[in-house]
Write a protein that binds this ligand. Structure first.
Ligand code: F6P
Length: 321
């Protein structure tokens, strides 16, 4: 019987985390369960930074980026001493279930807690979309839309000058933001991790585009790509004499008001996670597959490998011809 749960956000924030927190708090209260918010992720868990939440604590946050519970990447939690303190805190606050919203590192923390008897549930909150067990992570759609807005502006100036524009997008080791934003913005070349990089092929595409009458060349590069933006710029200059400009979009992709898709999946995942706890399941990773809510064993979920995005990669290439 679940009487009291806690929620924390951890690792890099993502737009929609607040919508998930709101949904967790209001669903839990609806079912007569008390909720504590833990501040600054695992750092707050280790240090007892717990705060009781009510319906008003989550008012007016649905549309806000960032996380009202704040976040951190806690090194203390990784130590035996810190981890044991975290377990003690959960016990002394009489927490029956913990919901962790975050990326793969945060999920790993939830997995370790599960292995130590805590009823922990993970919700995927990261712009990177790098968790294979779920089709989408909270924040990814907003980050792609932010990238589309930025690339749209870059396209204007790039066309005006007839330049090559090289844009680096976030995603850690995952190329999804670059791939989706590349296709959505009509990028000419998309460079993602796991794909072979051929510098002569890039130069050929730049020249071919110019000869076809393209006013600009947009090259979208994922941060985990096998080549840097500077290397691409230098290669193009050496072999074609064409000037490039580099934009590293950076943390602007992490902020902003969540899109409708992120608000809705965050609200669904938050509510679903509470129901998973009520139904007595623990050590689960909540996700979305084919638009349906799912929960998988957190250990198995984290071991899953994402399939190569062959269809999308081909699509990007064909549409850039
Ligand atoms: O995981 C989200 C993310 O924004 C990645 O895309 C990026 O590599 C990383 O976090 C940046 O981390 P930090 O905010 O610590 O610089």
């Amino acid at each position: 019987m679940i009487k009291r749960i806690a929620v924390l956000t951890s690792g890099g924030d993502s737009p929609g985390m607040n919508a998930a927190i709101r949904s967790i708090v209001r669903t839990a209260l609806h079912y007569g369960i008390e909720v504590y918010g833990i501040k600054r992720g695992y750092h707050g868990l280790v240090n007892g930074d717990f705060e009781k939440m009510d319906s008003r604590s989550v008012a007016d946050i649905l549309q806000r980026g960032g996380t009202t519970l704040l976040t951190a990447r806690s090194e203390e939690f990784m130590t035996d001493e810190g981890f044991n303190r975290a377990l003690m805190m959960l016990e002394s606050f009489k927490i029956d279930g913990l919901i962790v919203i975050g990326g793969d590192g945060s999920m790993k923390g939830a997995k370790k807690l599960t292995e130590n008897g805590v009823a922990a549930i993970g919700i995927p909150g990261t712009i990177d979309n790098d968790l294979a067990y779920t089709d989408y992570t909270i924040g990814f759609d907003t980050a792609v839309n932010t990238a589309l807005w930025a690339i749209g502006n870059l396209r204007d100036t790039s066309s005006a000058h007839g330049r090559v524009t090289i844009v680096q997008l976030m995603g850690r080791r995952c190329g999804d933001i670059a791939l989706y934003a590349g296709i959505g913005s009509g990028g000419d070349i998309i460079v993602v991790p796991g794909e072979e990089y051929d510098e002569m092929d890039i130069c050929r595409k730049v020249i071919e585009g110019r000869n076809k009458g393209k006013l600009h060349c947009l090259i979208i590069v994922a941060e985990g790509a096998p080549v840097t933006c500077e290397e691409i710029r230098d290669t193009i200059m050496t072999h074609t004499g064409i000037e490039s400009r580099i934009t590293v979009l950076g943390h602007v992709q992490r902020g902003g008001s969540p899109t409708s898709y992120d608000r809705i999946i965050a609200s669904r995942m938050g509510s679903y996670a509470v129901k998973v706890l009520i139904e007595g399941r623990k050590g689960r990773a909540v996700g979305i597959r084919n638009e349906q809510m799912v929960d998988l064993d957190i250990i198995e979920a984290l071991e899953m490998k994402r399939e190569k995005r062959t269809e999308l990669i081909e699509l990007g290439e064909i549409l850039a011809e």
